[in-house]
Design a protein around this ligand. Sequence first.
Ligand code: FCB
Length: 452
Amino acid sequence: MNRGPSLDFPAGFTWGAATSAYQIEGAVDADGRGPSIWDTFTHAPGAVADGSTGDVACDHYHRYAEDVDLLAGLGVTAYRFSISWPRIQPTGSGPANPAGLAFYDRLVDALLDRGIDPVATLFHWDLPQPLEDTGGWLSRDTATRFADYAGLVADRLGDRVKLWITLNEPFVHMSFGYGVGSHAPGRALLFDAFPVAHHQMLGHGLAVAALRARTGAPVAITNNYSPVRAFGSAGAQPGDADLAAAAAFHALQNRLFTDPLFGRSYPAELPFDLAVVRDGDLATIAAPLDALGVNYYNPTGVRAPDDPAGPLPFELVPLTGHPTTSFDWPVVPDGLHELLTGLHREYGPALPPIQITENGCSYDDTVGPDGRCHDPDRVAYLDGHLRAVHRAIADGVDVRGYFVWSLLDNFEWAEGFTKRFGLVHVDFDTQRRTPKTSYAWYRDVIAAGRLP
Ligand code: FCB
């Protein structure tokens, strides 16, 4: 068999899978966990597409050992999970809840027993509700609270977690949660949500310091990036206004949460009131990082808004001519190569090594009468995107790892259980786990260290 070197990944490349606490754990009342903004949000009528909540989700809190077995069977070298802040601090401040810490202690040890590196995200959107009641991320105090919480977690797990990620996708949390209100906490402030951006970034910087004071393990932040494509109106070539709209969207999604990490100020293209930014904040935010977490799902089409005086300086345009997932997201593997080489170009030597902390797709997967779950579209998706990563590495981008979103079908935020992203199918009535074809495919890729 021809085993040329062309599709080999570098030795030591991290092969992973990812999840987040609220999407899989369930057990929302167990062992002293406090309420999070997602508990409140999902219990409000009409907030979630299928009316579901994360109350039970994948019941991972009780079934984590079985899920670690699934990770071990997959052969991943790392597992990215998130820690539920309201399990550690039920009210968002004060001493740690011992039972909450003990759960992650057991999880981390179970991973290490199987030779899997624990990668812990500290904030994947499940803010303790009492902190939202005092302003949430609109309040500067939440940044300080976040650093305190990071310190409590690192005091307990700092000797064993191999990579820390402060925040997951602060762009989505700001824009969906506080900008348009489709996610918790359901605020619709548009550009007045800017304090949420700044206080998350400040919380990140303060948490980096809290982690560094307690552990020598590497520290990162995860952003979701989307290459932007400019379009003109009604099929015309993009004009100057369309290009300006594309630049504004690029500033909002890709630069707002990245420029200040690398010593730049917030992008000037956007109508933000920067009054909340105090002297010294940008220096705190620019604390050196050991890695940049990159989540990628698809590029974004943008054109000028019909009404230049409207609330947003851009209008989103659906991308056509690509296959789509069950989320109607276009499948564009080249976009991942474009994004990785773009970050490399844009930030140059300031850019730390990259970990692809999420990439994946949803399809309407079912378990057939033969008891199997065939998901050839997911295999094609992962194959295409891993090829794009491989090409980016060959082009000089320092990509050190890749985590599939997600290990399990899970609670997909405002879409509830209607979107399945897992390598493993979950029957939410019985909690039965069925590894899909993509699980076997990824297992073989990991074992070989190369694409077929
Ligand atoms: C990302 C989130 C993750 C999951 C995927 C599909 O934006 O970080 O929790 O919902 O999208």
